[in-house]
Design a protein around this ligand. Structure first.
Ligand code: NI
Length: 168
C-alpha cells in the first residue's frame, strides 16, 4: 500500500469530470487500498479518486474511525432530503472552512469493490460525506457552494492580504 499525493485547489485537474469504473480488477483493489491508507493518514472523513489524480468515479468514506471505510464506486444519488447548512473542509482546499448546503439524508446506488451493485440510505455525516465526494467526481469543490456573501468575504479577505474564515 502507498500513501498518495493529494491535489490541491486551484489545480485544474480537480475540475475535470471523472469517468465511470468499468473494470473491477486488481488495479482497482490496489487503488482502493491506497486511497484508504491515504484517508486514514488524515483527519478527513472522505476521499474521491480525482483528489489523488485518478479521474474515475470512486469514493471512500470514513465517517466513523471505529468502522471500516466504505467504498462507493460509480455512486449515483437517487434521492435526497432538504438541505441544511453544514460546516465543511476539504483536503484539496487546505485552510478553507465554511458552511455549505447539503442534504442530511440521501439514497445512493453504487457498486462495491467487487462490482456488485447495491442501494443504501445514508444519514447525517454519511450523507454529507458522500454528497461532498460525489461533487469531486463532477469537478465541483465545496467552495463553489458558498453563498454570494461568503464569496464577497473571501474576496475582501484576499484584497486585505489575509485568509478569512467564511461565514454564512
Ligand atoms: Ni473534498
Amino acid at each position: 500500500m502507498a500513501k498518495l499525493n493529494i491535489l490541491e485547489h486551484p489545480d485544474p485537474r480537480l475540475r475535470e469530470p471523472s469517468a465511470p469504473v468499468e473494470t473491477f480488477d486488481q488495479a482497482l483493489r490496489t487503488l482502493l487500498d491506497d486511497m484508504i491508507e491515504t484517508l486514514r493518514a488524515t483527519s478527513a472523513i472522505g476521499l474521491a479518486a480525482p483528489q489523488v489524480d485518478v479521474r474515475r468515479r470512486i469514493v471512500v468514506c470514513r465517517t466513523d474511525p471505529a468502522r471500516e471505510p466504505r467504498v462507493f464506486i460509480n455512486p449515483e444519488i437517487t434521492g435526497s432530503s432538504r438541505p441544511a447548512y453544514i460546516e465543511e473542509q476539504c483536503l484539496s482546499v487546505p485552510g478553507e472552512k465554511g458552511l455549505v448546503m447539503r442534504p442530511t439524508r440521501v439514497s445512493v446506488r453504487a457498486h462495491d469493490a467487487e462490482g456488485v451493485r447495491f442501494h443504501d440510505k445514508l444519514e447525517d455525516l454519511d450523507a454529507v460525506c458522500l454528497h461532498h465526494e460525489v461533487d469531486h467526481l463532477d469537478g465541483t469543490l465545496f467552495i463553489d457552494r458558498f453563498s454570494l456573501w461568503q464569496r464577497l468575504g473571501r474576496t475582501a479577505g484576499r484584497l486585505l492580504g489575509r485568509r478569512p474564515a467564511p461565514s454564512p
